[in-house]
Design a binder for this molecule. Sequence first.
Ligand SMILES: [Ca+2]
Ligand SMILES: [Ca+2]
Ligand SMILES: [Ca+2]
Ligand SMILES: [Ca+2]
Length: 405
Amino acid sequence: MMTGMNRRLLWSAVAALLCLLAPVAATPARAAELASGPIVTVTATIKPPGDSGVRFEFSAVKPGEYVYVRVRLPEGPELEFVGEDAVVDFVSVPYFSGSSFWIDIEAWTEENPGDVTYDGATIHTHAVAADFGGDSSTSVSVWRPGDGYWHVLPAYGDAYGAQWGMAGDVLVPADYDGDADSDGERRTDLAIWRPSDGTWWIKGSETQDYVARLGRDGDVPVPGDYAGWGQAETAVWRPESGKWFIQSPLGVVRAVRWGQAGDVPVPADYDGDGLTDVAVWRPTDGTWLINKSRLGQYTEGFGLPGDIPVPADYDRDGAADIAVWRPTDGMWWVQRSTEGLLARPFGQLGDRPVPGDYDGDARSDLAVVRPGNPLMWHVDLSDGGLLATGFGLPGDVPVPLVRTP
Ligand SMILES: [Ca+2]
Ligand SMILES: [Ca+2]
Ligand SMILES: [Ca+2]
Ligand SMILES: [Ca+2]
């Protein structure tokens, strides 16, 4: 098992990428330091939906200097700013629609004209899956049904454990308290759903622990931020009727009919507007049926019977991509929303897919857990390199595990 120090070394390439977790939907805009260097500090603020845009503020360390800044966004023109007296005014970027994205920043001053360049920075508006460290990275993590212990190996820092839940419970980790703090960290909360009585036991990372009630035995829990609260709602899908029951943080339940018995619920934000979309995958013929919150209903055939749906954002445009993992040959088939089709072998028969953003670059990484003692985690890091680490015992449930047909 790797030590915290080794992990830090492993992630050293990532350390250059200073991550900012910006507030999401409906939360007040909040500034956080995005990147800093010897010459210029850069601050970015994402506005809530309805007032879309991202604003940047740049300031030179030395007062009185002119600051030159060039910003490249995934879409739209290159932006250039020049300002004096250490501060450039806030600048709106009106075509930004509200999702996680990557920006490249160059900044320099007249005194230091050369190569004062930041590699870039990621702005997340979505909570990262299984981010127990609050570092915008998926944590290698397992749950042990025998004693209800969660064992977590964050991308930064040391492994730790916490008891929450018991045998028979279903894992429903998500960010229920929307706890983006001044550092922009938005931590996933330990949470379980108990089928016998439909209770949700949530261990808030910022708020007090609390219990919610929704669903019954036979339902499939599908928490997500369906309405743009900036925090996960409790939700279940009922296979027999195809109904989704979604409960707001205020306790109001609404029902949506989508899918039918035999489908696999695959909620995610497929249109990148910050809101989770109701969606199912039909294993019998490989059809995806997605009710996009911004772009409306969408159907596509992708995948074969026997595949495991693994939707996530693999190309860092803020929209979840339709994707399957094929257990028979270990192939990942990803219909990336901006970068086209990806077909890549990673993993083998007997593995379980556990995609997530383990290196924190806002691009989901291909990942599998291989049975064994310990369980072996293999991650194809999107910023380069492989992570292979033993973590967990036979019988443990990998926390980032996706739902299987
Ligand atoms: Ca939280
Ligand atoms: Ca959406
Ligand atoms: Ca995408
Ligand atoms: Ca990644």
